[in-house]
Design a binder for this molecule. Structure first.
Ligand code: ADP
Ligand code: MG
Length: 261
């Protein structure tokens, strides 16, 4: 099996069981198409983060297939993974944990570019200016001032740190960004700003998103299609316009009640 041109990522019946015996992801199949945002919603413990880690090849699946474009992730070698990682980036819940506290913002921002050797390392004469310009442009994309380049993460607020991880994710122009609860650790007043930024960036860059959250309102705002996860399984899926349809699974309706308050 391989993915057609419009399909960025495909998973087929993937299953992940932890050594504790817990089946965190149970036969999950999904397709993420070019330029779309697929949303995954489910309560805490439903397996969303495990699924994200499997799709990022940070966790090995026990069964099933994962295809990123025409490359098989489930059987990829380390070298294959390096090139696949150029196409898939991630933003996680806790930006403080995603940023090395000892690195200046510029060096955190440039990690993927450095890893992929897209820009020569800073210590090579003649490239420092180019490196700064690139980092400055990335900060501009997430509406942060260039003076932050020389700051350390602890000098930034939670929302600002998350903007940095978003800038880092877009730096190598990935085809797909997996966003696992990107606003869950932030103040409510900051959450909407980050969601709006993510939405604007997606339109501007033409990147696909997998947007994961326990918050149905956030998932509905961001996504074109939504999948509902419960106990490791996909129990409902629909286009965002069908969220309020009578056909929805009872579990989705329960989530909807929480959403509507
Ligand atoms: P979610 O992101 O939806 O909250 P998780 O994927 O984090 O769900 O967790 C799904 C289930 O797997 C939970 O029951 C959780 O306790 C279990 N789990 C998560 N990570 C591990 C792990 N590293 N080892 C064992 N069990 C885990
Ligand atoms: Mg999670």
């Amino acid at each position: 099996m391989s993915t057609a041109g419009l399909e960025v990522l495909v998973s087929k019946n993937i299953t992940k069981q932890y050594s504790s015996g817990q089946i965190a992801v149970d036969q999950v199949s999904l397709v993420i198409k070019k330029d779309e945002c697929l949303g995954i919603v489910g309560e805490s413990g439903s397996g969303k983060s495990t699924l994200a880690r499997c799709l990022l090849a940070l966790e090995k699946v026990d069964q099933g297939e994962i295809w990123f474009k025409n490359k098989a992730l489930h059987t990829a070698s380390k070298e294959d993974l390096r090139s696949i990682r150029r196409g898939v980036q991630a933003v996680f819940q806790n930006p403080a944990a995603s940023l090395n506290p000892k690195l200046k913002i510029i060096d955190s921002l440039m990690e993927p570019l450095d890893f992929q050797k897209i820009i020569q390392p800073a210590f090579l004469i003649g490239t420092r200016h180019q490196r700064e310009k690139t980092a400055e442009h990335l900060l501009e994309m997430v509406e942060l001032p260039s003076k932050y380049l020389t700051c350390y993460p602890h000098e930034l607020s939670g929302g600002e740190k998350q903007r940095v991880t978003i800038a880092r994710a877009i730096s190598i122009e990935p085809s797909l960004i997996i966003l696992d609860e990107p606003t869950a650790s932030l103040d409510v007043s900051v959450q909407a700003k980050i969601l709006n930024l993510l939405k604007d960036l997606q339109q501007h860059l033409g990147v696909s998103y997998l947007f994961i959250s326990h918050d149905l309102a956030a998932v509905n705002f961001m996504s074109d299609r939504i999948m509902v996860m419960k106990q490791g399984q996909i129990v409902d899926q629909f286009s965002k316009y069908d969220l309020f349809s009578v056909k929805r699974n009872p579990y989705t309706k329960e989530l909807l009640h929480v959403f509507e308050g």
